[in-house]
Design a protein around this ligand. Sequence first.
Ligand code: 5CA
Length: 155
Amino acid sequence: MATAAVERFTQAAAAHGLAPEIREFPQGTRTAADAAAAIGCDVAQIVKSLVFVADDEPVLILTSGANRVDEHQVCAALGVATLRKANADEVRSATGYAIGGTPPFGHPAPLRVVCDRDLTTYDEVWAAAGTPSTVFPLTPGTLLEITKAEVVDVS
Ligand code: 5CA
């Protein structure tokens, strides 16, 4: 588990006062469905850390594993004219991590973050910890506090 990306994420979490209980699943947690199956939780409790480009600015949309981002709705919530999914290079440049392992915080520069209101209804949610085989649990309260996310209806 001591890959460079997990180490980097662990240090970023520590800077926010968090000691994440990272779990590694050799079978992989690349998608929300994979992660939920591995953890044994509801897919809706998985935090998808999705990078979009809103007008020209990268935005992180923390989305429940059960939901799909409604781009029109999020455009309106963000007050932007255009929204598209970032490509793999844009995800790495905005977050410092690869698709499938992107954590919700610990990025090289602050990103605008919005959070799916549905995630706030759970006691515990799980997010990627830097690689496509690691995840960690946290409360939605901690997620919102660290990311400073705006809570929106994404779907
Ligand atoms: N580890 C899991 C659960 S925490 C995870 O990271 N899920 S995720 O949803 O946040 O990241 C995978 C997402 O990346 C997919 O839902 C998809 O929206 C996006 N994605 C996958 N492949 C590509 C690609 N080639 N280009 C842009 N986005 C992609």
